[in-house]
Write a protein that binds this ligand. Structure first.
Ligand SMILES: [Zn+2]
Length: 109
């Protein structure tokens, strides 16, 4: 039986940098973050969507999005768990293998 879940992860990708926060009206150590949403099947296979880079105030969480290409250049690509990153590919591969196997060995009777 399939269990389906979803969630969102936020990982810090770089050292904090001081920025003026318009909401706190103070200079805060804004943290560059990479956020992504993911879906999971059966706790094994998953997929990632809605990736974004953001700079967030540690106090009020006000923030803004960073340009993806620029952020990747600055902070590098973050680690997404292998199963989430390639889960869908693995799942499709498993189905393809099953399909090929059932074609190669048609049920008898
Ligand atoms: Zn703030």
């Amino acid at each position: 039986m399939f269990m389906i879940g979803q969630g969102e992860n936020v990982v810090a990708v770089g050292p904090p940098e001081p920025q003026h926060c318009p909401r706190c009206d103070q200079v805060r150590d804004f943290e560059p973050q990479f956020a992504y949403k993911y879906g999971r099947f059966d706790l094994l296979f998953g997929f990632v969507y809605g990736r974004r880079y953001q700079l967030a105030c540690p106090v009020c969480h006000h923030g803004w999005r960073l340009d993806t290409r620029e952020a990747e250049r600055l902070y590098g690509r973050p680690d997404i768990p292998f199963r989430l990153r390639y889960g869908l590919v693995i799942l499709l591969g498993a189905f393809a293998a099953l399909g090929a196997a059932s074609l190669a060995m048609p049920p008898t009777g």
